[in-house]
Each structure stands twice: as C-alpha cells, then as structure tokens.
Design a protein. Structure first.
Length: 277
C-alpha cells in the first residue's frame, strides 16, 4: 500500500516564517504524547504565531501530511546535553496516537494494546514508508548510526531534550527502533525501482543483510511442527550453535549438502554429533 502524502504547510507558524534551512542528515521520529488520532487538530492548533514547536509532517492512520518543506529547520528536538540540536540536522514527523489513554509523566496509562494493534500497524506502515521516501530523496542510509532515530534516542545522543517518545509506545507492540530501521531499509530495497538515483552496491548489501537478519528472527509456521521436531531430534537441523534454528532463513547450498550428509549418516547408521550449520 503506497503512502498517501499531502501538504498543509504551517505558514502562520513562527518556525515557517523564520525560513531557516538545513541540509538533512537524518530523520527523527516523534509521537504526539496525547490521545488524539486526527492530525488536523494539531495543524489547526499549530498554524498560528506564538507556537514554539513545528514538525515537518504528521503521520496518521490513513495518510501523512507534510507541514514544513523538508529543508526548513524545524522546532521539534530542543537542545541536547551536548549543546547541539537535531533541529539543525534532522527532518521530523509526529505519529498521531489513538484515543483512549492518558499520561503519567512519560508513561501511557490505560492503553489497550490488543484493541489498538490494527491502528498501530497502520501508523507504523506509514511511518516506515515516509522514512524510506525521505531516505531515498536525501541519499540517507537508515542503518547508519544516528541517521534514523526517535526523540528518546536523540536525548541519549545529546542532540534532543529529555523526551521518551516513541519508546513509551512502540515497544508495547513488540517494535524496537532497530526493527524500524531495518524495515525502512527493506522498504527502500523493495521500492528501489522508483529511485531517481541508482542504489550503490554497498547500500544494497547493507539492506539485504538487514532483510536476511530479519527473516532469521521470524518464527516457524505451525504446520511444520512435526517435521521440525523430527529433524532436530534426528540431528539433521542443528541451527547456528546458539539454539537459533533460523527456519525462515534461506538455505545455502553449503547448508543443504550438510543436511543431506547428516541424513545419509543416519541412514548408514554412522550417527555422530552434528556440527552447527
């Protein structure tokens, strides 16, 4: 599903009026910190003078709305402990949170994970697509340190104020920022045919490595349970030596012949202790 991206620039906001520009070096992901799924509410509140905050876009469940030109310096990160600010380097967007919860400090109170799973999946998809689009447009590698970060990570890096987003929310759905960066890299790989500039071999290799690492963590399907049990008990599948069987990974020829060799040893009665694949 392609991202529905529209524009509603916050032309009355003092940040837009200031007109300072940046050379984008990264993307910073935020969440609004309030139970409000409608981005239009924020746009109405922020599109006026005297509002000391401004981001480049809002991500909603069904769309994303660009609110600043990407190269305009936003007001989203504050100043970090290093005295530096991601405002000078990073494009920013806010993920709109669903209705139904409150906050106690940085903690979400009354948030129903199961009821909001579908909402989160849509928000997350659009966040991945928008970040991939921006990384392609500005030739950014999402897997490079400090390129794609959330506000909480910006604080840890000393380039943002002390906020916890999006780590107060996304991990509730089993998603980490490392996973997000890998999914952005995969989205860039999948949509590579739409790039205006050709992808380098190094970028392709990094993105493919991220995709293969992601597949290795996928859980096996239930329908293969009996066969997997037999293969493991027979010593045909031994995994990587650390207990990871990697059933959803692609099998190399080297691994294939190793498994065939073990099977032949079983048939011939040789037995023996299998080595890790």
């Amino acid at each position: 599903m392609e991202l529905d991206l529209t524009q509603q620039f916050l032309t009355e906001n003092d940040c837009y009026q200031a007109g300072r520009t940046i050379v984008p070096k990264g993307i910073m992901v935020h969440s609004t910190g309030v139970a409000q799924p409608d981005p239009e509410v924020f746009i109405r509140r922020w599109n006026k003078p005297g509002v000391e905050k401004c981001v480049h876009a809002f991500v909603a469940r069904d769309r994303a709305i660009q609110t600043l030109p990407w190269i305009i310096r936003g007001w989203h990160a504050g100043t970090g402990t290093s005295g530096r600010s991601a405002n000078n380097t990073h494009i920013s967007f806010e993920c709109c949170e669903p209705a139904g919860h409150t906050y106690r400090g940085d903690e979400m109170v009354g948030y129903d994970v199961a009821a909001n799973q579908a909402y989160f999946d849509d928000i997350y998809h659009n966040a991945v697509q928008l970040t991939a689009l921006l990384c392609r447009q500005y030739s950014l590698d999402p897997l490079e340190p400090g390129v794609v970060i959330c506000h909480a990570e910006g604080y840890d890096l000393g380039i943002a104020s002390q906020h916890g987003d999006v780590l107060q929310w996304w991990p509730k759905h089993g998603v980490t920022m490392d996973q997000f960066r890998q999914d952005v890299a995969e989205a860039m790989l999948t949509d590579g045919e739409h790039e205006e500039e050709p992808m380098t071999q190094e970028q392709f290799d990094r993105m493919m490595d991220a995709y293969l690492a992601k597949r290795a963590r996928w859980s096996p399907s239930d329908w293969s349970a009996q066969a997997r049990k037999w293969a493991e008990e027979s010593g045909i599948v031994a995994g990587d030596g650390e207990g990871n069987q990697r059933y959803q990974s692609f099998t190399t020829r080297e691994e294939t012949v190793q498994m065939l060799y073990r099977l032949d040893q079983i048939w011939s009665g040789a037995g023996g202790q299998p080595e890790a694949e």
